[in-house]
Design a protein around this ligand. Sequence first.
Ligand SMILES: Cc1cc2nc3c(=O)[nH]c(=O)nc-3n(C[C@H](O)[C@H](O)[C@H](O)COP(=O)(O)OP(=O)(O)OC[C@H]3O[C@@H](n4cnc5c(N)ncnc54)[C@H](O)[C@@H]3O)c2cc1C
Length: 430
Amino acid sequence: MSDPTPFDFDFAVAGGGPAGCAAAIGLATRGHRVVLVERDRFPRFHIGESLIATANQCFEALGLDQRMRGAGFPEKWGAQLATHDGRAGRPVDFSTSPEIARPQTWQVCREKFDQMLLERAREVGVEVREGERIEGVDFAVDRVELDLGGRTLRARALVDATGRSGLLAKKLDLRRDEPRLANVAIYGHYSGVPQPAGRAAGDIRIVARRDAGWFWLIPIDERLTSVGAVLPKPLYLRLERGEPERMLAALIEDTPAVAELMRGATLEWPVRVERDFSYSATRYAGDRWVLAGDAGSFLDPVFSTGVSIALESGLEAARALDRAARAGDFSARRFERFDRAQRRRFEVFRRFVLAFYTPEFRDLFFQPGPPPALFRAVVTVLAGNWRPRLRTRLLIHAFFLCVRLQRRVRLVDRIARRDPAAGFPEGTAA
Ligand SMILES: Cc1cc2nc3c(=O)[nH]c(=O)nc-3n(C[C@H](O)[C@H](O)[C@H](O)COP(=O)(O)OP(=O)(O)OC[C@H]3O[C@@H](n4cnc5c(N)ncnc54)[C@H](O)[C@@H]3O)c2cc1C
C-alpha cells in the first residue's frame, strides 16, 4: 500500500543563515509548510558583516525593512578606498548611481542580524529546528528525505542553504574552485578604531596593501570594528608562521594606513583564519533541489557581495519552488531560469573580483579622480545592481577596456606594483 502522506512538509530548508532564512520566509509567506533545519543554536558568530545596497530590496520582500531601520546597525553609504600609505584613494558612494533606488544600507553584527532573520522565519510560520544537523540527503521519485541523525524528515523539495559546508555540493560533486582566487583571510574584532567623520562613518574602508593583499575595516556597532587582511595564498605562505594574532598584527604594522588607524585599538575577539572561500557550482538546481547562497557559490569578500547575494538567491529559490509547486513539477527543467540567474550574477561579480587582483585594475580603481560616468557605472554594479541598463553595461565595458590598456600604456599613474614579489596571481587578466 502506498504511503498516503509521503512528506511531513512541503519544503525543507537546510541551513539558517541569510540564504536559508530568505528562502524559508519566501516560501512560508506564499502559504507553504516549511521546516528549516540549522545545526547551530543562534546567536552564533559568523563572518560577513558588510552589506551592499540591493540588500534593501530583500529586506522589503522579507518584511524586515522597519526592523533593519530600528536595529541600530551602522549606516553604510559605500566604501572608502585607500592605498597602503594613504596617499591615493577615493570614496565609492552608492548614492552616485541613478540605478540604485535605496543607496544607504548597513554593516551588521551577524549574531544579531542572523538571529533577526531566524525570528522572522518563525514569525511567518516556518518550523525552525536549531541544534539539529542534517547528516544525509536522499531523493525518492516523489520526495526528498533528510537524515537528522537517525530520524527522517520528508519534504517535496529541498533548498540547500548550508553555506560553505555544501551539503549537496559534496554529495553530488558540484563544487568548482576558483584557483585564481585562492586567498586566505585573517581577521578579528577591535575596539578603539577611529571612524571617519560624517556620513562616511559607517562605510567599509578598503585599504590596498603594497602587495596583492588588502584590508577591510568594517564598523559593526558603536564600539567594534571588524578588521581583516586578505592575501593570495602564496603571499600568506611567505608570512612568518605564528599565532594568528601575531600574524594579523604584523600585517597591520606593515600597512601604514591601517597601522595609523589601529594605533589605539584593542583586540576584543580571537583572530580567525579562513581560506578556500571562492568557488562556484556546476549546477544550481536539479530534481527536487535548489542551492541558495554560499551553498552554491561564493566569491572573495572584496566587494561585500556574500550576504546580499545569499538573501537575493534565497528569495529567488522561494519563487522558483513556488512556481514548481503550482505546476506540480519539481524536475530540474523547472529551475532552468533560476540556474541561469545564479550563473549570470556570479559571472558579473567574478569579473570585478578577478580584476581587483591585477595591478592595472588597482591603478584605476584607487585613482583619486577617475572619469565620473565610468566610475558611476562601476559603482552601480558594486552596489549590487548586476543587471544594469544598456548604457551602464557599455560604460562598464569601456572601464574594463581602460583596465586592459593600463596594462600596456600609462593611462593613469601606476599605483600598484608589478614585480613578481607583489604576489598578483598569474594570468589574472581583467
Ligand atoms: C573572510 C570572509 C569575509 C566575508 N565578508 C563579507 C562581507 O563583508 N559582506 C558579505 O556580504 N559577505 C561576506 N562574506 C561572505 C558571507 O560570510 C557569506 O556569503 C554569507 O554568510 C552566506 O550566507 P549563507 O546563508 O549562504 O550561508 P551561511 O551564512 O554560512 O549559513 C549557512 C548555515 O548552514 C548551517 N549548516 C551547515 N551545514 C549544515 C547541516 N549539515 N545541517 C544543518 N545546518 C547546517 C550553518 O550552521 C550555517 O548557519 C565573507 C566571507 C568570508 C570567508
